[in-house]
Each structure stands twice: as structure tokens, then as C-alpha cells.
Design a binder for this molecule. Structure first.
Ligand SMILES: [Zn+2]
Length: 382
């Protein structure tokens, strides 16, 4: 009998907590939407707050300004309440002058660093035409949004950097909507990341805009340990000449167990927060969704499993598209040697005086479309 009451009690408590839960969320039924707009190589991020405020972070290259304006018009934007120019690089501020000319822009924030490029001058002239004054973006500056559930604050730049070090000048914005958090990092690199860590301004976030399009000079392991993102969005151009994002960064994000979204493969990425949970939507179905039916399996093979000392073994790697690069680590008894190969091409390896009777394991690793593939073969010199 006592037992029965116990269960009833639990059921009642669950019912009450459900009711209570519904009541607390009703205060925050409106969504905050973050659009990581696909503008090729660069950044352009549009945020719509639940109370209808429009925030824009960067607008891609000059050639993309038109696309950003069109995108915002499609979202029925008339006024931009807050515009943030993260740093003076052309792939971030290039399109801002066109946006400034197309909309009423109430507030413009930028770090206190100037640049001599035409893109930067055009941005300054457009701000002047708008008759607003640029407010300084730096650590500790709060941005008013007029909604008590929303807090926006700059975490960086923490200090001044050399004028040549533009990426580290990047304005880093932290946005909190009730229980959900977003971090927008511009192109901040390890130096800025370390300065933020040293100033203890970083904490766990739900969504990280991966810095500098996934370059390896940003998004350090230490930084990821501090922000522990559940989701990571990379704004990057398809086939860009910088080879962003780099395998190093993708690996660090994978190790941090962040779910990665990319504008180059998925188009515009939309994150919708109700203040408690975040849902993602992508414009285009990922290319790999059709290709995912094709499963890749890295399959290395050797032409000779028992070569003679000073002989040559020919390594062939299949299972990934021809032309994909891979590395093969030969684990000899006393040393390791790494070779770079290409899928579809035979890689001849002179084994030198490899120890007789010692099985040499060959670790083959390749990255294709952001996924890491590993396999192993071995041979025993006789
Ligand atoms: Zn950039």
C-alpha cells in the first residue's frame, strides 16, 4: 500500500512539473532565428530576435552585398537595429556599404582598427551617409536589445593588436536567449582566443560560429575546451583557394563532439531557438545525402605481403574517389615513416633494411568531405 502511494505521488509530481513546465515556456514562445547566409567565402549572419529586432554581422565580399540585401528584403527587414562589422577584411565588410545604403541602420559596431583598402573606405563612407557614428566593439560592451530574455555582449577584442593582425581584432559577440547561447567569432585567431581565456570571458555555448572559415590558426583545442559547443557552423566558400575548412580544425571539432554545419555543402544554415532548444535547417540538402547511399570504405592493399629486405612494396588505396589524398604511416620496428599518396595511384615504398620477420603495420588515413577514414594493412619482410 505504501508502495502504491509512492508511485501515485511520483505520477502527481510529474503531472505538476509538466504543467509548470508549460507555464514557464509560455513566456518565451517566440523564436530567435540565426541565419548563417551562404555568401561563398566570407561571413554574413542575420539574427532576428523574438521582439522583432534585426541584427546583422558582416555582409560578405563586395560582390555579395547585393545578395545579402536581397536575402534581408525577403525576410521583410526594413530597419537594421544593430550592424556589426567584425573586422576590416573584405570578406566581412565588403558588402556592408550596400546594406547601409539599402536599409535604415540604427547602430553600427566595429573594433577600433582601421584599414586602407577600398572595401573599408567604402564602408566608412556608407556609415557617414547613414549619419551614424561607429560604436566601439570590444570586450565588456553590452548591446541593448530591449528584451529581458536576451543578452548580447562583446567578449573581444580584449585589447589592441598590431594593425596588421586584423583577424585578432575581430569583434566576438556572445548572445544569450533564455537558456540558449550563441558565439560569433569573426576571424579571431588563437591569440585572441587565448586572451579571452585569460580574461575568463568564455563559457559553454550551444552554437559556435567557427572562426575564420575553419582555418587551422583558430578554434584551438584549448578554446574548444572553454566553449564546448554542441553545434558548430562554418561559413565558407565551396572550393575556396585557402582550402578552408582545414582537416585540423574539422578534427578538433570532431574531438570536441560538436555537430558541424557548413554553408559550402549545405547552403544557408538557419538555427531557430525557442530559448530552450535549438533546431537547425539548411537551405540545400547536403550533397552527401544522395551520396550517403554510396558508402565509402578505405581499402589499402599491398602487392607483396612478404617482401625481401631492400625491396619495394606497392601500396594501392581504393574505396574513396580517385584523386583523394591520403597518408600512409609505415610502423617499422625502430622507426615510423609517413608517405603521402593519392587514391588511384600506386605508391611505391622502398622498405630498406626493415627487420626480417617483424610485421610492419601501415596506417592509412584520408579525409574526404570532412570525414576521416582510417584503415590498416601490413607486411612482413623476410
Ligand atoms: Zn574571413
Amino acid at each position: 500500500m505504501k508502495h502504491k502511494i509512492g508511485i501515485l505521488g511520483i505520477v502527481a509530481a510529474l503531472f505538476i512539473s509538466l504543467l509548470f513546465g508549460t507555464q514557464t515556456t509560455s513566456a518565451a514562445t517566440k523564436d530567435l532565428v540565426v541565419h548563417y547566409i551562404d555568401i561563398g567565402q566570407g561571413d554574413a549572419i542575420y539574427i532576428k530576435t523574438p521582439n522583432g529586432k534585426n541584427i546583422l554581422i558582416d555582409a560578405g565580399n563586395k560582390a555579395k552585398g547585393h545578395d545579402v540585401v536581397a536575402y534581408l528584403k525577403k525576410q521583410k527587414v526594413k530597419t537594421i537595429d544593430v550592424m556589426i562589422a567584425t573586422h576590416p577584411d573584405a570578406d566581412h565588410i565588403g558588402g556592408l556599404d550596400e546594406v547601409l545604403d539599402a536599409f535604415v541602420v540604427k547602430n553600427v559596431y566595429a573594433p577600433k582598427v582601421s584599414h586602407t583598402t577600398k572595401a573599408y573606405k567604402d564602408f566608412l563612407l556608407a556609415v557617414k551617409r547613414e549619419k551614424v557614428k561607429i560604436k566601439t566593439a570590444k570586450m565588456g560592451v553590452n548591446l541593448p536589445v530591449g528584451d529581458k530574455l536576451i543578452a548580447m555582449k562583446f567578449l573581444a577584442p580584449v585589447k589592441s593588436y598590431a594593425t596588421s593582425d586584423l583577424n585578432n581584432w575581430s569583434a566576438v559577440l556572445h548572445l544569450k536567449y533564455n537558456k540558449n547561447t550563441f558565439l560569433f567569432t569573426g576571424d579571431a585567431e588563437t591569440r585572441s582566443e587565448n586572451d579571452m581565456i585569460a580574461n575568463k570571458v568564455l563559457s559553454k555555448v550551444d552554437v559556435l560560429k567557427v572562426s575564420h572559415h575553419g582555418a587551422k590558426s583558430s578554434t584551438s583545442e584549448k578554446f574548444l575546451n572553454a566553449v564546448k559547443p554542441k553545434y558548430a557552423v562554418i561559413s565558407v566558400g565551396k572550393g575556396n583557394r585557402y582550402k578552408h575548412p582545414t582537416p585540423e580544425t574539422l578534427k578538433r571539432l570532431k574531438n570536441a563532439k560538436a555537430q558541424v554545419y557548413r554553408t559550402d555543402t549545405q547552403g544557408t544554415v538557419k538555427a531557430t531557438s525557442n530559448g530552450k532548444t535549438i533546431k537547425f535547417q539548411t537551405a540545400a540538402k547536403p550533397k552527401s545525402s544522395t551520396a550517403s547511399a554510396v558508402s565509402y570504405k578505405l581499402t589499402p592493399s599491398l602487392d607483396n605481403k612478404t617482401p625481401k629486405q631492400n625491396g619495394t612494396v606497392n601500396l594501392t588505396v581504393k574505396g574513396l574517389p580517385t584523386g583523394t589524398k591520403y597518408t600512409a604511416v609505415f610502423n617499422y620496428k625502430s622507426t615510423k615513416t609517413t608517405y603521402n599518396g593519392t587514391v588511384g595511384k600506386t605508391l611505391p615504398v622502398k622498405i630498406g633494411r626493415a627487420a626480417k620477420g617483424y610485421t610492419v603495420k601501415v596506417d592509412v588515413t584520408s579525409t574526404y568531405k570532412g570525414k576521416i577514414y582510417k584503415s590498416q594493412v601490413s607486411f612482413t619482410p623476410k
